[in-house]
Structures are given as structure tokens and as C-alpha cells.
Design a protein around this ligand. Sequence first.
Ligand SMILES: Cc1cc2nc3c(=O)[nH]c(=O)nc-3n(C[C@H](O)[C@H](O)[C@H](O)COP(=O)(O)OP(=O)(O)OC[C@H]3O[C@@H](n4cnc5c(N)ncnc54)[C@H](O)[C@@H]3O)c2cc1C
Length: 480
Amino acid sequence: MKSKDRQLGMNADISRRDFLSGVSIAIGASLLPPSSVAADIGKQDLAGYYPPRLSGMRGSHPGSFEVAHTARDGATWEGEDTGEEYDLVVVGGGISGLSAAYFYRQAMGNTARILVLDNHDDFGGHAKRNEFEIDGRLIIGYGGTMSLESPGGYPEIAKKLIRELGIDTERFYTAFDQELYASLGLTSGTFFDKETFGSDHLAIGDIVAADVLKHLPLSEQGKADLVRLLADERHFLDDMPPAERFDYLVRTDYRTYLKERGGFGEELLKVMESRSRSVWAVGIDAVPAHTAWRDAYPGFADLDLPVSSYEEKVDEPWIFHFPDGNASVARLLVRTMIPSVAPGEDMEDIVTARFNYQRLDDPKSAVRIRLNSTAVRVQHLDDDLKKPLRVTYVRDGEARSLTAGKVVMACYHAIIPHLCPEMPATQRAMLSRSVRAPLVYTNVLIRNWTSFVKLGLHSVTCPGSYHHGVVLDYPVSLGD
Ligand SMILES: Cc1cc2nc3c(=O)[nH]c(=O)nc-3n(C[C@H](O)[C@H](O)[C@H](O)COP(=O)(O)OP(=O)(O)OC[C@H]3O[C@@H](n4cnc5c(N)ncnc54)[C@H](O)[C@@H]3O)c2cc1C
């Protein structure tokens, strides 16, 4: 292994995820010592447990997915009954699950007993907070979902929720410095890598501007294609009756649309290939052209298609960003339901509020959040669907079960058919069609960012590279 590989971390151990693939096992709680159920203490209940400070793989981290994989592969568990009873159990502690708990509590009263189970070591699901300390200074970053997207267009129930959580979206117009990077003369750029384009080249600014374009490592045809797509923008469906366009775009991927309808060559397609990856985790060959049109990718100018009210976008800037992204929304939900978990009361103090994870699963609290706990079975106690359910989960290798009046499945769709044997076949089949794909966001803390200023860049698109984009963090200042 070369030192460059090691610098990239390629010497790190990657655990074999599918270690039990194809093996059907039955793990019984009878194997456990009886005391293990009575003293149900998890890692989160111990002093010093503070997952935002962890680094490395923070999404589906080792320890979070293995149990679900065995459930997928047919394992079953007979969890020992803990005797716990809840009005509601929510499977999944992301924003959906936390909101479900919040709405249920609002409807049923503050004494409703609610348990949220999540397989990760932190709550928030895709809305994850990262903390770093350097030279005694706390740096906060986001590990996933980054901003409230067009909150002006939220349905009323979501607007009401964020109002109740104390989020005033107007505040971001002053908190987010929309002028900072422009005032420093910074713009965006494109990095062409040698492996894909023949030579390493960093293009600063608009790649179709004449003085930038002429230096690109592309053939004359490739440059002409770039200008035709980005500068002389038009759509390529002139010869198709308007009534057929919608169906065509839904059935055709964006790459095929550019190649077959636009007549673009391979070089142009390589420049565009990673355009969709940061949101959809797949290349343009797997994104419907209709999605590309809706998300304002180039090649559709003046194309008029019907839009559903869901797809109508409110014209708002991309500024609704807490320093930890939408982890602040998750943290506000948790602090509202379990006030003893952290001090504070508004959208400013949530930013630096230190959460006490030992309070998340406090028996004295009506709402509890249990981490590192993968639900493996959710089933009614008998054929009467009005009767309570038994929920079995695995934590630290041990299976436990409890009783729930109601259950909300706010977890990954594809795992649900493996957890809920009562689910109708059609619904199982549809849920099983959901596929998750890995996305890697890497937070890098640099001591000195003047290199970006010297280059005149705040973000770079890197179509052929492993990381296909590099961006400076959002300039937002809230609370401390
Ligand atoms: C790359 C990317 C960027 C995004 N950016 C934005 C953005 O900027 N703004 C925005 O509004 N939205 C954004 N989104 C969408 C946003 O992430 C989601 O809408 C939201 O965070 C999803 O919340 P959720 O609770 O539905 O799911 P999740 O956050 O995925 O939470 C589900 C939870 O259930 C857990 N779970 C799964 N199975 C089990 C089980 N068997 N037992 C226990 N727990 C289980 C999961 O591990 C997870 O913690 C983005 C999405 C992606 C992929």
C-alpha cells in the first residue's frame, strides 16, 4: 500500500457486512443470564457517552446494521419479556420517528408513554450532528441532511411543527451571510482529473466562459457540446408532441435523454455524470429525465410540463441551515419531549446545548429514546389487530421484547417486511423495492482556509473524482 493510500485511510479495517448472509439462525433469550434483562443498562446510560464527538464512519457505522442484516437473512429472536408497556413504540429515531412521537404526545397528552427505538448510537437518523475540538475550540458540523428546504412551501402541519419548536425561518436571513464568499471574490470551479479527462486541470469560474473554456482538457467537439448544453440552453423534444413529453421523460434516464435526444458525445456525458450523485447517490444513467427537468438540470430550457402541487417549488434561498444542519430539528424535538436532556428553550441555544444522553432513556420520563437498539419483530399479540403488539429488539447482542398499544414504523422501508409478518403481500412487495445506496460526506477541518481565497473558490465540482464535490461550510452564525 502506498503512503498516499494510507493517507486516504485505505488501510482502515472494513468489517464484513454480510458475515451471516444466507444463514438462518434463531437466537433465544434463554441463552442470556436472567439478570441481563432486569438490569437493562445500555452504553448510552453510562457517564461520558456522547456520540456527536465520534469521528470515522458516522452514518451506518459498524454495530448499527449487522442485526438488521441477520433479520433480512431469516434470523428470528425470542426476546425475553422485559414487562415494559408503552402506549406507543416508534421504530426509527430520525426526524420522521421523532415527529411521530411528538404528534402522538400532542394528541394524547404529556403522560402518554412513548418509546423510540433506533439502531444507531445517536438519534436523528439522517440528521446527524458532528462535533470537533481543535485548540480548545468547538467546531460543529452536519453529518447528513443539511438545511430546511423551501420551508415556505411546507404543508401547514410541518410549518406548525417548526413554529412550535421555536424555529423562526426569518432568522436565517440575518444568521446566514449570503454575501461572505462573493465579497471575498470567491466563485465555483470544476476539477478535471487526469484519470478521466487525460490531465489534471482546475477550471475557476464559469466553464463556458471563453477564457476558461479554451484551457479545458476536452476536444473541440467536447467544448462545443458544453457550450451547446450550458450556454445555448434549449430542450430537445421539439419533434415530440407535447402530450407525449411527460411520459417520455419519466421513462427515460437523463443520460439517454442527453445522448439520444441532445446528440451529445461521451466527453460531455462524463462532465455531467456525477451531477445527480450528491442527492440521489446514483449517476445520471439512473435518474429519470423528468427528475432532472424538475431539479433544473441543463437541457430543458423553456420546456413546459405540468407540475403537481407537491413539486411546485417556492422560490427561497438555500439559507435555512443550522451549523449542524437538520440535527438541530431532531435535537429540538428531543429537548421538547424530554426537557431534562439539555438546557435552553429556543433555536439559538439549541446550537451549542450539550445533551445529556443518560437522560434519553430515563424510566421517570414519559418519552424515552433507546439507542443501539434494532427492532427485529413487530407483531400483534393475537389475531385481533386492535389488541396490543409485541415489539422485539436487539441491543448489545441481546434480544428483549415489550408491549406497545400502537407502533409507528419510521425506519427503512426495505427492512419492514422482515419485521412485520402480518403485513399484506402487496405492501411487503412494494416496501421491498426500496433500495438504499451509500453516500459519503466527509468533514475536513483545515487550520487555514486562505488557500481557497487565493484560488478564488468556495466550491469545486469534480466530475471524475471519488469525492465529486468540495465545498466550504455554510457561513451561518447562530447562538454562541
Ligand atoms: C444526501 C441527502 C441529503 C439530504 N438533504 C436534505 C436537506 O438538506 N434538507 C431536507 O429537508 N432533507 C434532506 N434530505 C432528506 C432527509 O434526510 C430526510 O427527509 C429525513 O432526514 C429522513 O428522516 P426519516 O426519519 O424519515 O429517516 P431517517 O433519518 O433515515 O431515520 C430512520 C431511522 O430509522 C432507523 N432504523 C432503520 N431500521 C431500524 C430498525 N429495524 N430498528 C430501529 N431503527 C431502525 C434508521 O437507522 C434511522 O436512524 C436529504 C437526504 C439525503 C439522502
